[in-house]
Design a protein around this ligand. Structure first.
Ligand code: R5P
Length: 284
């Protein structure tokens, strides 16, 4: 059976359809002190439970641990944990003395309740090493080419920083033609970045900017502002994980972004590309 975390209901339903497996009922309750109870009443009916849960908040992490425990307690033979979006994945090093490696901490906790882990385009693939059971990356970036129009003019597939250029290359390869390039980024604070453009000529050309995550929108809005100042053609803004926290949509609109699209690893209005087929391919 497919068991959905509360932040991944549409994706879990799509995966259940792809795999033709039943979608489990999940019941929720809250105790008077605010503690969560997530239960899977029919878990005993399944041999395999595939839990699909983007850990977009601290509550979502607790919910996932409870779902894992519930299905194992009911006696399922195999538990698979799918993290469409792995929260805390970006803190994959102790960047300052005294800091935690948060990605490792959550991976250790998740490891205790599962036989294997699948995660979609984590910020760094190396986070898979933090899990004890086998953990693999699903690369869904190629699907971001699907909504692009067929008539892109001399397209440039660009990433706003060096770390995401592989994603831009994957989208270009899936689209079939175009150049790739990347800007340099320096993060000044959690909400401020400085973008140094490359010397790629974008005048009159359509540009597809791709990142793994759009969180506060700072990176993408700065990158798009640089492009707008260079007589660019159309600009398409896309990402795997449209976290779009806080005032990200406003910030991007102010930078001249007309539309943003991403995948359904995080359920937002802009989540128009489904990663369900890519996950299903790893599970069947
Ligand atoms: C970091 O390097 C990631 O690839 C993204 O660029 C970053 O998470 C985007 O964050 P924000 O939207 O807050 O600038």
């Amino acid at each position: 059976m497919i068991v959905s975390g509360s932040a991944s209901q549409a994706l879990a339903a799509a995966l259940a359809r792809e795999l033709e497996e039943p979608l489990a009922t999940v019941d929720y309750d809250r105790f008077p002190d605010g503690e969560l109870l997530a239960a899977v009443p029919d878990a005993a009916d399944a041999d395999r439970a595939v839990i699909v849960a983007s850990t977009v908040s601290s509550d979502a992490h607790i919910e996932l641990l409870q779902l894992q425990d519930a299905v194992r307690e009911a006696g399922v033979e195999e538990t698979v944990t799918v993290l469409p979006y792995m929260g805390y994945g970006r803190q994959d090093e102790a960047f300052e003395t005294g800091h935690p490696i948060s990605a490792r901490a959550v991976a250790r906790a998740i490891s205790t309740g599962t036989d294997r882990v699948l995660t979609v385009n984590p910020h760094e693939d190396a986070v898979c090493e933090f899990f004890e059971p086998p953990a693999v990356v699903i690369d869904a970036a190629g699907r971001l080419a699907e909504p692009l129009p067929d008539d892109l003019v001399e397209p440039v597939f660009l990433s706003p920083d060096a770390g995401a250029v592989g994603l831009a290359e994957t989208v270009r390869d899936a689209y079939g033609t175009g150049d790739t390039d990347y800007f340099e980024k320096r993060r000044l604070s959690g909400t401020e970045v400085e973008i140094t453009p490359s010397d790629v000529d974008v005048a009159g050309r359509d540009v597809v900017v791709t990142d793994d995550i759009i969180a506060t929108g700072s990176t993408m809005s700065e990158a798009v502002a640089v492009l707008q100042a260079r007589a660019v053609g159309r600009v398409f803004v896309t990402c795997v994980h449209p976290l779009l926290a806080s005032n990200a949509v406003t910030k991007l609109s102010q930078a001249g972004v007309e539309s943003i699209y991403g995948t359904d690893t995080i359920e937002r209005e802009s989540s128009i590309v489904s990663v369900a087929p890519a996950i299903a391919a790893k599970l069947s």
